[in-house]
Design a protein around this ligand. Structure first.
Ligand SMILES: [Zn+2]
Length: 208
C-alpha cells in the first residue's frame, strides 16, 4: 500500500515538473528571440562601416534582472567599423527612461542622449599586451558579437548623477507642472466667478 502511494506521488511530481517546464517554454523562447536581435554575425560582414539600429523598451531591461532601469523608450544606433583584426563600435543613445525626480520624488521621463565607443580586438589571451580601457578582447575563433550587454552598460553610463525634471526657459524647475497648472486653472475659474457673482463683488467692496 505504502509503495503504491509512493509510486503515485512519483508520477504526480513528474507531471507537475513537466507542466511547469512546458509553461516556461514561451518565456525562454521570448528571451532567446530578444537576445538574437543583439547578436551580430561579423564573419559575414565586409570590411568598413555598418549601421545597426535597435529599439529599446521594457522587454530589453527585463533581460537584466538587477537593472536599476525597469522601463524606457530609446533608440540606439550602432556604427560598427570592421577593420583588420579589430572592430570600432560607436553607440549613439537617444530616448527616455522612467526615473524618479531627485527634487520632487515624482516619476518622470529622463532624457538620455549620449555617445559611447569601444574597440573590440580579436586576440588570443596569451597575446594581450596592454590592458586598455575601452578595449575588449575576443577570441580569434569567435564569429559573433553580442552587443546587448554593451548597450545595457552604456545606457546606465549615460544616466546623469542628478536626475530631475528639466529646467524651463527661465531656469525654473518644471517639477509639479501638472499640479501648478491644475491650481492656475482653478484660480482662473474663481476669478471668472467673482466677476459674475455681484454678492462677492459687494463683499469685496466692504473689505476695502
Ligand atoms: Zn521633479
Amino acid at each position: 500500500m505504502g509503495l503504491e502511494k509512493a509510486f503515485n506521488n512519483y508520477w504526480l511530481i513528474h507531471a507537475f515538473v513537466y507542466v511547469i517546464l512546458y509553461l516556461c517554454v514561451p518565456f525562454f523562447e521570448m528571451m532567446a528571440k530578444e537576445l538574437q536581435i543583439y547578436r551580430i554575425a561579423f564573419v559575414g560582414l565586409k570590411p568598413g562601416k555598418h549601421i545597426f539600429q535597435y529599439e529599446i523598451d521594457r522587454s530589453f531591461f527585463d533581460l537584466f534582472e538587477a537593472s536599476p532601469v525597469k522601463d524606457g523608450v530609446l533608440k540606439v544606433e550602432l556604427e560598427l567599423d570592421k577593420k583588420n583584426g579589430f572592430f570600432m563600435l560607436d553607440f549613439r543613445i537617444d530616448g527616455t527612461i522612467k526615473s524618479v525626480c531627485d527634487r520632487c520624488s515624482e516619476d518622470f521621463d529622463l532624457e538620455l542622449m549620449d555617445d559611447h565607443s569601444v574597440i573590440i580586438k580579436m586576440e588570443a589571451i596569451e597575446h594581450h599586451t596592454d590592458v586598455q580601457e575601452d578595449v575588449i578582447f575576443i577570441s580569434p575563433a569567435d564569429t559573433h558579437l553580442e552587443v546587448h550587454q554593451l548597450i545595457y552598460e552604456f545606457i546606465l553610463l549615460s544616466i546623469p548623477m542628478k536626475k530631475a525634471h528639466p529646467l524651463s526657459e527661465n531656469g525654473e524647475p518644471t517639477c509639479g507642472d501638472m499640479i501648478q497648472s491644475y491650481f492656475s486653472t482653478d484660480e482662473e475659474v474663481s476669478e471668472a466667478e467673482e466677476e459674475v457673482d455681484p454678492r462677492w463683488k459687494a463683499l469685496k467692496g466692504l473689505k476695502k
